[in-house]
Design a protein around this ligand. Structure first.
Ligand SMILES: N[C@@H](CCC(=O)N[C@@H](CS)C(=O)NCC(=O)O)C(=O)O
Length: 206
């Protein structure tokens, strides 16, 4: 059975969880990472020398990097659904996955980290504001795209929505004032209708 190592409040682990739940794959979650330990053991470091989660063990095939995991599982189990058959559609899903990890999440990252992980008396409001501002700019790009696209790669839910859905979940649930973004809200509502999203993307964000 597929083993997934990670902690469920990590966005990168949430992407892998969202993916396995959506694909209906049988899996075992092995709690690992901050608060759970495991990721600093020699056995874990032999799987992922970065000491980071998520990691999967698929019958002896070890893979780390959340988006690589989502792509691998989608290609293996989700041909025609999470893994679109049409090459441009697949490339578009891929593009949004990369944007999530290099653009959107790092943009609001300082606000997320400060508001969720730093004790209130130690919070630097400048970090919150920097994350809010950059997050708004990135969210505006996505909101505009979603005005013309039901899901990020087109009419159907794909692996692109696994990564973007997890990131939107965080952004829209940060205790922050955000500008209204009707397309993003509509999209988030559709993503969260999925049982897999409800399981992988809990509230509050922690
Ligand atoms: N690029 C990697 C980043 C992995 C990463 O930074 N994981 C964080 C959790 S989001 C981690 O393992 N932090 C240390 C820990 O939880 O012990 C990926 O997408 O999988």
């Amino acid at each position: 059975m597929l083993k997934l190592y990670g902690r469920p409040n990590s966005i990168n682990v949430q992407k892998a969880l969202f993916c396995v739940e959506d694909l209906g794959i049988e899996y075992e979650l092995v709690l690992a990472g901050r608060g759970h330990g495991v990721s600093d053991t020699p056995e874990f470091l032999a799987m992922n020398p970065n000491g980071l989660v998520p990691v999967i063990d698929d019958d002896g095939f070890i893979l780390w990097e959340s988006n690589a995991i989502v792509r691998y599982l989608s290609a293996k189990h989700g041909a025609g659904t999470l893994w679109p058959d049409d090459l441009p559609t697949r490339a578009s899903a891929d593009r949004w996955m990369d944007w999530q990890t290099t653009g959107f999440s790092p943009a609001y990252g300082p606000a997320f980290y400060t508001l969720i992980r730093v004790p209130e008396p130690e919070r630097d409001p400048a970090q919150v504001e920097a994350g809010r501002k950059a997050g708004e700019a990135a969210a505006k790009i996505l909101d505009s795209w979603l005005g013309d696209h039901r899901f990020v790669a087109g009419d159907t839910f794909t692996m692109g929505d696994i990564a973007i859905g997890a990131a939107v979940h965080r952004w829209l649930n940060l205790p922050l004032e955000r500008k209204p973004a009707a397309n993003l809200e509509r999209y988030y509502g559709e993503v969260m209708e999925r049982a897999s999203a409800q399981k992988a993307l809990p509230l509050p964000v922690t």
